[in-house]
Ligand binder design. Structure first.
Ligand SMILES: Nc1ncnc2c1ncn2[C@@H]1O[C@H](COP(=O)(O)OP(=O)(O)OP(=O)(O)O)[C@@H](O)[C@H]1O
Ligand SMILES: [Mg+2]
Length: 149
């Protein structure tokens, strides 16, 4: 049992470095994983998701905050798998709504990436990478990754 999740910290100085960090994070993911991000408006959650999507081989141009739908789906190449991109910001009862839209099924069918994940406790079920993003300057961001497995 892993009582102390492994923590890694990264700092980026440009949006492109955040994209590259997303590509690196993708190499640590496999089907069933969730990536649970927190950090305020404009922190870079969607920018990081775009990098992860590219790293996994999806079309990163499809990635946008799922603001008006509950979940965006991006197909992964040469498989039946998807990235499921969620945003809990506008959910009133995220924990219940996540069950209703089929979080468990989504985890069986690919990788679940969530913005504003700290609004629901069920976003930290392993295997999971929890990412807290801090805005440290106009174009700089700090990413604290916790590997929960
Ligand atoms: N180092 C950086 N990494 C990522 N984005 C940065 C960085 N510096 C500046 N930015 C800018 O911050 C913004 C990040 O926007 P993004 O949509 O990714 O944020 P978000 O966390 O998804 O916000 P929201 O909660 O509104 O969905 C972009 O406008 C981007 O250009
Ligand atoms: Mg966003």
């Amino acid at each position: 049992m892993n009582l102390e999740p492994k923590t890694e910290i990264f700092e980026t100085e440009t949006p492109d470095q955040t994209h590259q960090l997303g590509i690196q994070i993708a190499s640590k993911l496999s089907p069933g994983y969730c990536v649970s991000m927190s950090g305020g408006l404009g922190a870079g959650k969607t920018a990081l998701t775009r990098g992860i999507a590219e790293g996994l081989g999806a079309d990163s141009r499809l990635v946008s905050s799922p603001t008006y739908v509950l979940v965006n789906e991006y197909p992964l190449p040469d498989s039946e798998l998807f990235i499921f991109h969620l945003d809990l910001f506008r959910m009133n009862e995220p924990t219940t709504e996540l069950q209703d839209i089929g979080l468990d099924e989504m985890r069986n069918e690919g990788i679940v990436i969530t913005e504003w994940a700290d609004m629901a406790s069920n976003m930290l079920v392993p295997p999971c990478i929890k990412i807290a993003i801090d805005i440290t300057g106009m174009v700089s961001r700090k990413f604290t990754l916790q590997f929960i497995d």
